[in-house]
Design a protein. Sequence first.
Length: 155
Amino acid sequence: MIIPLSLIYRQLGLYDTYFGIIWVYQLVTLPLLIWVLRSYFEDISPDIEQAAMIDGYPWYRIFLQVLLPLVRPGLAAAALLAFVFAWNNFIFPLVLGASHVQTVTVSALGYISSAQAFFNRMAAAAVISSFPQILLALSIQRYLIRGLSFGAVKG
């Protein structure tokens, strides 16, 4: 998958651009998000949507004001999973980015040379790069436990 994508990126001028890296992250994480959020939306009773339709809500207000608040724990869990999945991804930014566009995981590779590996600097980069994941998990913690367990068991 990476070789054809690399050839397409070079032809379209997306190689070594932020837009190209963001786009490949969207392509990779979108199926994960759809797969995780599908079970949350299936758990919502159709009666809730029909009641909102009877009240006269248009479809976009039903989605924004009725359905989204009900799946907020699922959104939090899916957002954290997608963020961690994209943040820890190594191969796409390594191949599709060059010197101008590098992610944290790829730039930590710069501490390895043919003569020496700077393990202390690599360890510091690993600790620093884990802070955004930890901060995101702590900020959505109240939704996270319910969101990870709510759509898991069907019975």
